[in-house]
Write a protein that binds this ligand. Structure first.
Ligand code: PBG
Length: 312
């Protein structure tokens, strides 16, 4: 009877699996994210096939190049790490939705999400054309959805225009509309080697104290042509997920359970302090209950496997 009257569901097709892709030859563990690996571009297709067989319908790729430079030029290279991974996955499992993270921070030696100005902070307008270039290169490789994560004003409009001009009218934009300047990204920065040498990201990422501003960020993205919106992190911003669900009822809403949220649960479970499966399910259900259609989570593969085995 509980199942009959249940209001919120969780299934593998609600999950988006993040994958860190490298130009290396061996898989590498990420110390602060037990169970997560950096995967060579040549090996990533096998992971994608395995996820698809478990019912996961989408992945989001984060490329980690061998060489980083001040301009982040690896980000839009035709044979760049992300572009290679997209091609490999699309060749192996064309039905799997491939989303790519569109940002400069994984490709710049300074780790910032944009072209730097004299004061060492990213320049919004100078960064926009580069984002357009990255998105087009991902679309040419076969990406279905591009996800700009750098919180630059005007990024969605610029990317839409660039994609359309190159003939990619069917490639969708999932905007990291509401991305907070969060301490919960720490483990990701280990994984992607994007820690900043100097400065911080508070010039463009959102102040955790602000909710009304989040609505404004999302409204701007919608007006520029965003196809889907994202809130990130998820668990400590469920009020924002809930408010955005109501404000843009027609748009799919994605929430990102980020690296720090994953690390917290993993660490407590490893100590025997929390029941991993039960707490993971509870967090994911709460994110869905708040209004997210889909959830980006490092638990995607595990949860899909657990569900496949008849859990809970
Ligand atoms: C930036 C980006 C970040 C994450 C996803 N895209 C990091 C940042 O803003 O520093 C974080 C994801 C996570 O913590 O899991 N391209």
């Amino acid at each position: 009877m509980r199942q009959l009257v249940r209001e919120t569901t969780l299934a593998a097709e609600h999950l988006i699996a993040p994958i860190f892709v490298t130009e290396g030859t061996a898989r590498e563990a990420v110390a602060s994210m037990p169970g997560v690996e950096r995967v060579p571009a040549d090996a990533v297709a096998a992971d994608a096939v395995a996820l698809y067989r478990l019912g996961v319908r989408a992945v989001i790729l984060f490329g980690i190049p061998n060489v980083k430079d001040a301009e982040g030029s690896g980000s839009f290279a035709d044979d760049g790490v992300t572009q290679r991974a997209v091609r490999a996955i699309k060749a192996a499992v064309p039905e799997l939705v491939v989303i790519t993270d569109v940002c400069l921070c994984e490709y710049t030696d300074h780790g910032h999400c944009g072209v730097l100005g004299a004061d060492g902070a990213p320049l919004n307008d100078a960064t926009l054309p580069v984002l357009g270039r990255i998105a087009v290169s991902h679309a040419r490789a076969g990406a279905d959805i591009v996800a700009p994560s750098g919180m630059m004003d005007g990024m969605v409009g610029t990317i839409r225009a660039a994609l359309d001009a190159d003939g990619h009218t069917d490639v969708a934009i999932l905007s990291y509309s509401v991305k907070y300047a969060s301490a919960f990204y720490g483990p990701f920065r280990d994984a992607a080697a994007t820690s900043l040498r100097t400065g911080d990201r508070r010039t463009h990422q959102m102040d955790p104290a602000n909710a009304r501003e989040a609505m404004r960020e999302a409204d701007l993205d919608v007006s520029e042509g965003a196809d889907m919106l994202m809130v990130k992190p998820a668990l400590v911003y469920l009020d924002i997920v809930h408010a955005l669900r109501a404000r843009h009822p027609a748009l799919p809403l994605v929430a990102y359970q980020v690296s720090g949220e994953y690390a917290m649960l993993k660490a407590a479970a490893a100590n025997g302090w929390l029941d991993e499966r039960a707490t993971v399910l509870e967090t994911l259900l709460s994110i869905r209950r708040a209004g997210a259609d889909a959830i980006i989570t490092y638990f995607a593969g595990d949860v899909a496997r657990w569900l496949h085995d008849g859990w809970p």
